[in-house]
Unconditional design. Sequence first.
Length: 94
Amino acid sequence: MEKIVIRKPKIEDLDSMLEMINSVVEERAMISIQEKQTKANERKFLKYTIKENESKRSLTKILVIDNKAMGICSITPYGLIQTHVGEIKVLSHV
């Protein structure tokens, strides 16, 4: 039976998230990232994402199936004045 968890990302997810995004890029999916990411770029993204979660400026969760990142969802408000308006991004690679 598969173990399915939705949680905030951790730095330990780096390799799994890198594998996920690069496999989606390889499939030529219609996403904003069109080039394979390096480990350094993904680490920078992950650190930023964790910092944004901790500061509550945005909320990001990842989908983990059998200890492997298979999806990511983020909710980001547009600013201090328009906190009721924002952007939702979802990526799934199941």
